[in-house]
Design a protein around this ligand. Structure first.
Ligand code: ADP
Length: 496
């Protein structure tokens, strides 16, 4: 039986998972990654540590699955997005630490580009906003701050890559390639044409010689060197983490949506062949592609989701563990009129207010910690509801069900509240490794383990042991909740 090895290079750890053909994990390995904070607001990773931990995990996952490279039909890669590495083409040596997506050092450059009036051209070509998250601003910082680098980049001596590219280069010994889902997070990719945007690179002063090829997310990217795993294995799938999760959830069709409930929430709606320009502050991005054509998604995020539960646990100390929040919140029938707006770091889509700060509204003499716990869970579901309403308004597509994953989906009450607020069923898969699963599925398709996505979906559905949360509340309950949430948000928005 053929197996697929998924490499899942995340922000806090490198992981590897061997999947069997039913999609069940057979062996897992994980190594933590050091976070480097040179200054407040700066975050770096050591690219060699990323590569070495990832390789070690790949070897360990095989051992844990009691398999060898002979048993692996293909490798799929999924990764933290936007994080930027520049390396020497001749030696594969990084010229600097990786600048991580969270790093804010390029804020002044982004402001400058906005002042040059570039925001709308950038948005219409790339689907993104001029924000330090995205790779281009990090590349410029490196070119401006590593001595001699710009000249070397112009001479074609240097390669740029997001983490997928970096790992592929190391695994293959010099293949320089990425996929549309990763390229679409760089600010250098024309999402409509499905290729790099050389005029944007020129405007930003980024030498084109830095860029590699772009290939469909499912296809042969290259073959690993025999020395790494004992046998050369084809790399058949590549996708950024959120797009990999969308694929791993089987959301191949327009209108399908997944939401990941972690520290924050990441919601992606597949919009098919249509790139939709959001009027509600959502990003337009490429999904993981199976052919030469580009497919699209709308993406939105909630900044504070599971972190609200951490706040209750670590700062307010009303619970001892994250899991306890469910029992406490379930001990009351409602929040007793309390609304918690967790704008700890401002509010994202559809408000985009960086000055907003958190508040608890509607406290009375009878309010207790159970009400607060319930309001915290509702705040996660309400913020996700707002994202979904924005996506529906932008796309004209109606949600039929929501696919969910992430640590906080262990909370059944949260899931039920979410289904009640949206009025559609929530589907929580049995295997929560949807990100790695997506990368593995892309690779399996590339080497013909499945004929196409439809065959893969049929096989998965026959195996599925998903939990479904059906909406049970009355529609006017949801409307009332949303109205009081919006009234509360109004009261915490910044003066602008
Ligand atoms: P990340 O990938 O962002 O680190 P995870 O998917 O591991 O996040 O999920 C961890 C988050 O989920 C934490 O913020 C934690 O507070 C929250 N969480 C974990 N278990 C529960 C639970 N039972 N109820 C609500 N939130 C939870």
């Amino acid at each position: 039986m053929p197996f697929v090895l998924a490499l899942d290079q995340g922000t806090t750890s490198s992981r590897a998972i061997v999947f069997d053909e039913r999609g069940a994990p057979r062996g897992i390995a994980q190594r933590a990654l050091h976070q480097i904070y040179p200054q407040p607001g700066w975050v770096e990773h050591d690219p060699m540590e990323i590569w070495e931990t990832q390789l070690a995990c790949a070897r360990e996952a095989l051992i844990n699955a009691a398999l060898s490279a002979e048993d692996i039909a293909a490798i799929g890669i999924t990764n933290q997005r936007e994080t930027t590495v520049l390396w020497e083409r001749s030696t594969g040596t990084p010229v600097h630490n990786a600048i991580v997506w969270q790093d804010r050092r390029s804020t002044p450059w982004c402001t400058m580009q906005r002042e040059r009036g570039l925001a709308s051209a950038v948005k219409s070509k790339t689907g993104l906003v001029l924000d330090p998250y995205f790779s281009a601003s990090k590349i410029v910082w490196l070119l401006d701050n590593v001595p001699g680098l710009r000249a070397r980049a112009e001479a074609g001596e240097i390669a740029f890559g997001t983490i997928d590219s970096w790992l592929i280069w190391q695994l293959t010994g010099g293949v320089h390639v990425t996929d549309p889902s990763n390229a679409s997070r760089t600010l250098l990719f024309n999402i409509h044409r499905g290729e790099w945007a050389p005029e944007l690179a020129a405007t930003f002063g980024i030498p084109e010689a830095l860029l590699g090829k772009i290939a469909p997310s499912s296809g042969i990217f290259g073959h690993t060197r025999e020395q790494w795993l004992g046998k050369s294995i084809p790399i058949g799938g590549v996708a950024g983490d959120q797009q990999a999760a969308l694929f791993g959830q089987g959301c191949y069709a327009a209108g399908q949506v997944k939401n990941t409930y972690g520290t924050g929430c990441f919601m992606l709606m597949n919009t098919g062949a249509q790139a939709i320009d959001s009027a509600h502050g959502l990003l337009t991005t490429s999904t993981a592609s199976c052919g030469p054509g580009i497919e699209y998604a709308l993406e939105g995020s909630v900044f504070s989701a599971g972190s609200v539960v951490q706040w209750l646990r670590d700062e307010l100390r009303v619970i001892d563990s994250a899991a306890q929040v469910e029992q406490l919140a379930a001990s009351v029938a409602d929040t007793g009129g309390v609304t918690l707006v967790p704008a700890f770091t401002g509010l994202g889509s559809p408000y985009w207010d960086s000055e907003a700060r958190a508040a608890v509204l509607g406290i009375t003499r009878g309010t207790n910690r159970a009400h607060l716990a319930r309001a915290a869970l509702e705040s996660i579901a309400l913020q996700s509801t707002e994202l979904l309403l924005a996506m529906q308004a932008d796309s004209g597509l109606q949600l039929r069900e929501l696919y969910v994953d992430g640590g906080a989906t262990a909370n059944n009450l949260l899931m039920q509240l979410q289904a009640d607020l949206l009025g559609v069923p929530l589907i929580r898969p049995e295997v929560q490794e949807t990100t790695a699963q997506g990368a593995a599925d892309l690779a399996a398709l590339a080497v013909g383990l499945w004929e196409d996505r439809a065959a893969l979906r049929r096989a998965r559905q026959s195996e599925a042991h998903a939990t479904v949360f059906e909406p049970a509340a009355k529609k006017d309950w949801a409307e009332h909740k949303l109205a009081s949430w919006r009234a509360a948000v109004k009261r915490v928005l910044g003066p602008g």
